[in-house]
Design a protein around this ligand. Structure first.
Ligand code: SF4
Ligand code: SF4
Length: 397
């Protein structure tokens, strides 16, 4: 009789259902300095965790980077959400299998679920358990220089999923550095409009292993860039999908001010802009998630799923250009940096123009239409609040 271990059964299920690579780690194997490495936070009786990666659609990524109108942004966004849903769906299925065998198990929601018992939890997001820590420690992925996790042949264009369980699973090893997808081209640094990372390395220690990647300058740079508040690159030659415009923040204090001033402008774009025609029900139809499964997922995690549906992706560039093949990554860099600048006209239409034309149109909009509508008192309160949160934005957790 063939004996199939629990590890093998879980791995087979995940690989058969779209995972690229699967890893396992024990509670002891996750011991280390970052708070989000503690798997018992999500499930007090957790003894092990399972980590895996699913791929994103590279054709849709190219259209997103090129800023194809009308659908380049939305189609990648839908693919991204579908990948999250798929990861969550198959995690839940593994959790169900484990529960049937008498173990406790909990699927981890792959985004938008954060710890609430940490300082400034409204703005600084610590997940219950970090998917990246699980992946690098278990060998389901490996850190690139950017700090994004990826795999050979895919680069960083993956979405991570995972679950925790009381079952004692056999741990797997981290991927050796000789097997990395990253050639340290550092193009990821150049496609971050607000240069969130770069320079010297920082590292985390998990289960006796050191993992390093380049230093985060200030996480609010990503908050402002990937959050869609500010879109123009530091050099002014191209933008993300965001029409938000602020002077490049040279200092930490500048980036705090930028965020404090920008909330209302983002909201204006978000509510009235291109998101209007977005039909979320297609996700269930096209995304391999049935109505029944969707309702079951929704029942478990209403808020996070609602946040996932409402997300507006305008960046992700450091992840999306990195395909694990130096030629393709260089091509992505070229495509993105020649893709023009997004501007939102007075009628809310989003247009993509060469940099000079975009700048002219932006100034033609006039003060009332191109500046933050937030009043000064609101900006001042936001600035004071964010300033107090400042120190929590200077490294991963
Ligand atoms: S773009 Fe990818 S391969 Fe190049 S340095 Fe960044 S993580 Fe490494
Ligand atoms: S997602 Fe965008 S803003 Fe955030 S670090 Fe990556 S490139 Fe920078």
């Amino acid at each position: 009789m063939n004996f199939v271990s629990l590890n093998e059964e879980i791995e087979k299920y995940l690989l058969d259902n779209g995972a690229l690579k699967v890893g396992f780690v024990t509670k002891e194997g996750m011991m280390g300095d970052p708070p989000s490495a503690d798997i018992t936070y999500a499930l007090p009786k957790a003894q092990s965790a399972v980590s895996f990666a699913v791929p994103l659609d590279k054709d849709k990524i190219r259209a997103f980077l090129r800023k194809d109108l009308p659908n380049g942004r939305v189609e990648h966004e839908i693919d991204n959400i579908k990948a999250y849903l798929k990861a969550y769906k198959i995690s839940n299925e593994v959790a169900r299998i484990l529960k049937e065998k008498g173990h406790e198990a909990l699927a981890l929601f792959p985004n938008f679920k954060y710890r609430e018992d940490v300082p400034f939890s409204g703005v600084r997001s610590f997940p219950p358990v970090s998917f990246r820590y699980l992946a690098v420690r278990s060998g389901a992925g490996i850190y690139g220089w950017s700090g994004n996790v990826g795999l050979k042949g895919y680069g960083a264009t993956i979405i991570l999923g995972g679950l925790v369980t009381s079952a004692k699973l056999e741990p797997t090893d981290p991927i050796p550095q000789s097997e990395t997808f990253c050639n340290e081209c550092k193009l990821c640094e150049k496609v971050c409009t607000l240069r969130m990372f770069g320079g010297e390395n920082e590292s985390v220690s998990i289960g006796g292993h050191e993992f390093s990647f380049t230093k985060r300058r200030h996480l609010m740079r990503c908050f402002a860039g990937c959050g869609g508040y500010a879109g123009l690159d530091k050099e002014g030659k191209w933008s993300t999908w965001s029409p938000g415009r602020y002077p490049y923040p040279e200092t930490n204090d500048d980036v705090v001010r930028l965020l404090a001033q920008s909330f209302r402008l983002k909201r204006k774009w978000y509510i009235k802009g291109e998101k209007k025609g977005y039909e979320i029900s297609n996700l269930k139809k096209d995304g391999g998630v049935t109505d029944e499964e969707y309702e079951a997922l929704l029942a478990q995690n209403k808020k996070a799923l609602k946040d996932l549906k409402n997300v507006t992706l305008t960046c992700g560039n450091c992840q999306l250009i990195c395909w694990g093949d130096p030629k393709e990554t260089a091509e992505n860099y070229k495509i993105l940096t020649n893709s023009g600048c997004a501007v939102q006209k007075k009628n809310d239409e989003l247009v993509i123009l060469p940099p000079e034309e975009a700048r002219d149109l932006f100034y033609e909009l006039g003060n009332k239409n191109r500046k933050s509508l937030g009043n000064k008192i609101v900006s001042w309160i936001a600035y004071k609040y964010l300033k107090r949160a400042n120190k929590y934005f200077q490294r991963d957790g």
